[in-house]
Write a new protein. Structure first.
Length: 497
């Protein structure tokens, strides 16, 4: 089994689902509590992907107000059928049922959701047979379940029926159903989305089965190995125009000494698939064409554009609810009625996507404002540069603990350039002191970069925080109105494992 070592879509982009129309591939991933939701990407080679937008791009489609960390949108399925794109997912912060939306152009506007009820669980999948019957398959309380669906109304046309419980691993989930040749195949994830994660498959004579498991299951896993990419699972198959096959899946790039930590979240990887005796085999990795030492740069200036890219998101709501643009991007503190148990500051940001990264922003904090920039996983785990009056402070919050690591005077109300960056970890390779990286907070004054504090990156890792997401860089405001005039992200991947 030859696993990919580098993601094709880096950063917190888990649970990938892919389809192809002509020569173009389309891929969607989970977004959890962040809005807009379900980022959608396009590619012509499965190696280089561009974000075309977000499927759930307006409040009428996505209700995540006050959503807890790692709730909201779980595991979408993206399909193309009868001239339309279909996306179905589950919003765990928006009542019962799955949400089904459609579009003629996946980069354009998607419909308001059709709610599918009577199918409790997560990870819904859509498949159609030759006569147009639509099958909804999902994970329900430890088993894979299926029913015939009217996708126009969201009504189940048959009683739900258990299909398969997998090979014995915990949490059978993420089902996808396909017709390949004379067989129907049921691809699932099991073992949980941690170190026991795996992809297994079964086949049967029809969409209802009965399903026999593949004799060489799991078809993909990293458990019990020293692979650079771990927790591999939750996959989706796609056929190329030339008839060959590939598979996308999630994985994590863990770093540091035992037990190791992953910080940028579960990412999207890809592998080649070959078929033998009617069963799929992983035959090699699919990785980005550029060198791992290549530097990715994203510069955004208010003088050049009035809109932030679709990569920028907000937890528990849409950016436009707290931000406006003009001579810069003005971020307003949350009104008391919008504050929640999870978050009491306004935050918008973009994913950290590389092992080594740097985020700068030029901001101003008028009198009475408290705000700045942050690298965070959730509202209880973040490292901030905080501007208030005539001072900038480096402040870390880990759970209930909050500590000021350093401070520096500035001129009140004037532009300041703030920087957060990640650097290689310190300590011997087998030392318990060696975390995944170091996170440094700094004030930039001309050519001088004044470090105000740094922390071990394990304190902003999923292994410490829990949940299903990853780090984001961004701006925040706790009181008043913060103005950002420009921002710059730089990222590159270290070459050593």
């Amino acid at each position: 089994m030859h696993l990919a070592q580098r993601p094709v879509i880096p950063g917190f982009h888990p649970d990938p689902s892919v389809c192809r129309v002509g020569d173009i591939y389309y891929l969607a991933t989970s977004s959890f509590e962040y809005a807009p939701g379900v980022p959608i990407f396009t590619s012509t080679d499965l190696r280089s992907w561009t974000q075309a937008g977000n499927v759930l791009s307006r409040p009428a489609q996505l209700a995540v107000s006050g959503a807890e960390a790692s709730r909201g949108i779980f595991a979408p399925t993206l399909r193309h059928h009868d001239g339309r794109f279909w996306m179905i997912t589950t919003n765990l912060s928006d009542g019962d049922g799955h949400l089904l939306v459609t579009a003629d152009d996946p980069a354009g506007s998607w419909s308001d959701p059709v709610r599918v009820t009577g199918a409790p669980g997560i990870d819904p999948d859509l498949a159609w047979d030759d006569d147009g019957t639509c099958y909804l398959t999902w994970s329900q309380y430890g088993r894979i379940t299926q029913a015939v669906l009217d996708p126009e109304t969201g009504k189940l046309l048959t009683e739900p029926r258990a299909l398969w419980q997998g090979t014995g691993g915990q949490f059978p989930e993420g089902p996808h159903l396909y017709r390949v040749g004379e067989h129907w195949y049921l691809l699932i994830a099991e073992g949980g989305t941690g170190q026991g994660h795996a992809v297994t498959i079964a086949r049967g004579p029809g969409p209802w089965g009965p399903f026999e498991p593949c004799p060489h299951n799991p078809v993909l896993t990293a458990r019990g190995t020293s692979a650079a990419v771990q927790n591999t699972g939750h996959a989706d198959l796609v056929q190329r125009p030339d008839g060959s096959w590939a598979m996308v899946h999630l994985g994590v790039r863990a770093r540091g000494a035992f037990p190791s930590w992953h910080v940028v979240g579960r990412e999207t990887f890809a592998v080649e698939i070959d078929w033998d005796a009617g069963w799929p085999y992983v035959t090699g990795p699919i990785e980005p064409a550029e060198s791992p030492s290549a530097v990715v740069v994203e510069n955004i200036s208010a003088g050049d554009t009035a809109a932030l890219p679709p990569t920028w998101v907000r937890p528990g709501g849409f950016p436009g609810e707290v931000m406006s643009s003009g001579q810069g991007w003005l971020l307003r503190a949350l009104a008391d009625g919008l504050k929640s148990r999870q978050d009491d500051v306004a935050f918008i940001g973009r994913r950290q996507q590389h092992m080594l990264s740097r985020f700068r922003a030029v901001v101003s904090a008028p009198q009475g404002t408290i705000g700045g920039i942050s690298i965070r996983i959730d509202a209880r785990h973040h490292f901030d540069l905080e501007v208030e009056g005539d001072e900038v402070r480096a402040v870390v919050r880990i759970g209930p603990a909050r500590s000021v690591l350093g401070r520096c005077p500035v001129y009140p109300g004037q532009d300041v350039t703030l920087e957060l960056r990640t650097e290689p970890a310190r300590g011997e390779i087998l030392s318990s002191e060696r975390g995944p990286d170091r996170v440094v907070a700094a004030l930039v004054q001309g050519a001088e970069v004044l470090n105000l504090g740094d922390i071990d990156g394990r304190y902003l890792s999923t292994e410490l925080t829990g949940g299903f997401t990853g780090r984001l860089y961004g701006i925040w405001c706790a009181r008043g109105e913060l103005v950002m005039s420009s921002t710059r992200y730089e990222g590159t991947d270290e070459t050593e494992a």
